[in-house]
Ligand binder design. Sequence first.
Ligand code: GCV
Length: 684
Amino acid sequence: MEEEVVLTFNIKKGDGTMGFEKAWLNYYKSDNLAMRDYFTVVTYNKDDSIVKSAVLELTTAAKELFSIDIESSLCDMKSDVDKTRKGIHFQIGDNKDLENEGYRISLADEMLLIEAYTSNGILYGTFDLIRSTILGADVHSFNRTIFPKNPLRMLNHWDNMDGSIERGYSGNSFFFEHGEVIVNERTKAYARLVSSVGINAVVINNVNVRGTATNLITNRYIDKLKQIGEIFASYGIKLYLSLNFAAPMELGGLTSADPLDEEVRLWWKKEVQLLFKEIPSFGGFLVKADSEGRPGPFTYQRTHAEGANMLAEAVKPYGGLIIWRCFVYNCKQDWRDMKTDRARASFDNFQSLDGDFAENVILQVKNGPMDFQVREPISPLFGGMKKTNLMLEVQIAQEYTGQQRHVCYLIPMFKEILKFRTYCKEENDTVFDIVSGNTYGNKNAGMAAVANTGNDDNWTGHDLAAANLYGYGRLSFDPDLTSEEIAKEWITLTFGMKEHVIDYISKILMMSWPAYEKYTSPLGIGWMVNPSHHYGPNVDGYEYDRWGTYHKADHTAIGVDRTKNGTGYTTQYHQPNQELYGTPETCPEELLLFFHRIPYTYQLKTGKTLIQHIYDSHFEGVEDVEEMVKLWEELKGKLEEVPYHRVLHRLQEQLEHSKEWRDVICSYFYRKTAIGDKKGRELY
Ligand code: GCV
């Protein structure tokens, strides 16, 4: 029998002009009746703001899932809890085995018990319980102890104070508007949303700190920041800010920002006090220095360790962290020289500083050596730094992967990144091992993602892009989850428990990253996008000067020789990766053009020539999008109208734009090589 479509995709109005939807917290009526009786009473032995949020979450879930007004009360002693009655009890105790935000859910007689050492543990256990209930869990399955696997699970917003978002594709900022900080109902809705998937740290402003954003660290904005800090804290989230390295000059009137200058050091020490004193949950700062026009220690011939350590010293008394980005390269370099290689830059700038950074500094490394392309090798800094705290930076804002106009489910890519073996040790050497702290025992470590939210009703512009926000959070909490499991969870929570819906949307999500790769840039070469806004095909498009292209294609060959005979980039890896990438025969083919310069007539493992692969994959990519549109159309009447049409519209646009990619790329290479398509398709 056809299931009834329940219209609960309600929009809640914030206090601004925009409304917001509940995304995956949009609870549908549940038919998990075996769980229903547990959502009748909740008791707790501590009532700080985080536990209160957990109680509130259960209250909301009980109401929306089962139409129950849950009873809640403080019950100091575990022994006072009535275990003969079905219900839920939160117990924060001296159980050190659950520190680091862990929790245990178990059945104690008739009572479901969530135990933790920290309040965050209770909150995560609560969200787990609600999620599992919606997914149909049986009460007897609740016998588990869970720990988040990464200490820091962070979101980096690139929001500007005028309300724009750098690389934002979902409307404007909900943190800033017209130079002011905004706090409203949406702030809380956001905190709930991201905390429900385990995020515990958020940077609210862009790493490119210019103009008024420099003042965010002063008392000018402190009241509003304090309010955000409180809301975040009640959901277990620490607030962070990006800072401007030149602030001592721009705000303090000093003549220098030299990190070894005593006056500069004192200035920072005084300046950071305010935030930590006023906002108990303030976590520290994120810093982009000496990159793309941002100031940094290089101006004073100082190293990045000297720059970062100066700030680390200032925040140390408050337990603060400095998250220092390794995305440092000279964007003005002359690419005509075949030896100059942007891919080398992060390693060249940082590796020799291994061991020089303070304990409360974490280096944040982009997943690849370039810039969030659809396919890149893993940054060799992972495994290259053994005595330094590292964090992985990924981007769920789809700057180079369709800008949330195209569906591109990035969790499979993130999984590949996390499981990459660096060979820095014989075992426990994957990127996940390194950034979770397993490899070298670091406590300050974790993951960060450039956020994909804005003030659009559905938070992420494209409804399906919310799977990346959800998935990033879940994956950073538990990297062992599969992409399929995460997709299924997200679809069920967002659209309800309807099997055909889960199947079709899962298929769309799982085919989307490979499809995007096929119709855009081939075999790891990257870019080929319009400069500046980075949307749409432009094969020779190059950002910074009029000479270069990223791919260096001529009429006989394409790609960059990054082996020891070329730019030497491959030597930044440990063996056997160095060797693996060192020859076209051993190099994984999806990265062939990243590492090698290859003639168009080169035969790939499929038996196809390189040029034929380029043609075929572009046609296949478009066919994949056609299939995605068809799958979505099958869901007509099974989803609520608003999200159904929003997604349909975007998929149709994606189809048109994938054809444009195919045609532009194929005709470019046809004209360049004068080699036709073996299948006789029209290429120009
Ligand atoms: C925030 C890329 C983006 C920039 C971004 C930069 C970074 O270059 O295009 O918009 O700036 O990365 O990560 O700092």
